[in-house]
Design a protein around this ligand. Structure first.
Ligand code: CAA
Length: 248
């Protein structure tokens, strides 16, 4: 039988926060399509989800920095599973370094993967959502897109750009049943944060009033709420989840 569940496309779905988001949306009844970058890792990841009872998760290996590949990928998801109701932009990388040492590649890779990808996916789903008169777009930004961060001119610029895109697109779609919001995590216990040199990481944790890193599930619950009907009047907003480290 064809899939009857609403479809959620989660880019970066196999990552630390992405995995928690996929599971949370699957728990809420969505057929979740998890975007991945590394096919070998993705295969093992999917087997793990299935072993844990998540049989309503599928994979999509679109290169998010390739505009046409994204259009095609979204079309394939629609054909295979049905119209995309929810898009979560969670794919992201870091290439940290101070400006004086940062190469153009470090700048460009981060802007391409973390920001251009968001245009590409939103552009790929927006016409379908407008036709359906329904949609939820949730962009995973970062505390550092609001406050900046030593060593992250590239990442902070991309994450700040996400907020501008979110607020603008929200205004374009507000009368059409589509909401566009941002979740801005602080420092969460994922491989990305664990890759920060230990000494630097310890000094960052010391600045978090909660005294700890966040858990991926604490971000996933924000996403599930924004994806729900209960959040229909929340539009163009950001939910900050950072243990009190920064207020917007
Ligand atoms: N503020 C002020 N000065 C600082 C500083 C800070 N936060 N951190 C380092 N410095 C100083 C050092 O003391 C040193 O000073 P001197 O030159 O006077 O000795 C100088 O800056 C070092 O500069 P370098 O260019 O040589 O820096 P580096 O190569 O040693 O390391 C870095 C730079 C790679 C960016 C390193 O600081 C780092 O990894 N920082 C963490 C960045 C970070 O927070 N990344 C977050 C990743 S997780 C994520 O992004 C998820 C999310 O959304 C939150």
């Amino acid at each position: 039988m064809a899939n009857q569940a609403p479809v959620a496309w989660v880019t970066g779905g196999t990552g630390g926060i992405g995995t928690a988001i996929c599971r949370s949306l699957a728990d809420a009844g969505y057929l979740v399509v998890a975007g991945y970058h590394n096919p070998d890792k993705a295969k093992i990841w999917l087997e793990t989800q299935q072993a844990d009872g998540y049989n309503n998760i599928a994979l999509s290996g679109v290169d998010l920095s390739d505009h046409n590949a994204c259009l095609e990928g979204a079309r394939e998801i629609h054909e295979k599973h049905g119209p995309i109701s929810v898009l979560v932009n969670c794919a992201g990388i870091t290439r940290d370094g101070t400006m004086k040492k940062m190469s153009y590649e470090q700048w460009y890779q981060v802007i391409d993967t973390n920001l251009n990808s968001v245009f590409n996916t939103c552009r790929s789903v927006i016409e379908g959502m407008l036709e359906n008169g329904y949609g939820r777009i949730i962009n995973i930004s970062s505390i550092n897109g609001r406050k900046g961060q030593f060593g992250q001119v590239n990442y902070a610029a991309a994450k700040a750009g996400m907020h501008g895109l979110t607020m603008s697109l929200a205004q374009e779609t507000a009368t059409k049943g589509i909401t566009v919001n941002t979740v801005s995590p602080g420092y969460i216990a994922t491989d990305m944060v664990m890759a920060v040199p230990e000494k630097v990481r310890e000094s960052i944790i010391a600045q978090i009033p909660a005294g700890r890193l966040g858990e991926p599930e604490e971000i996933a619950r924000c996403v599930a709420f924004l994806a729900s009907d209960d959040a229909g009047f929340i539009n163009g907003s950001t939910i900050s989840a950072n243990g009190g480290q920064f207020f917007v």
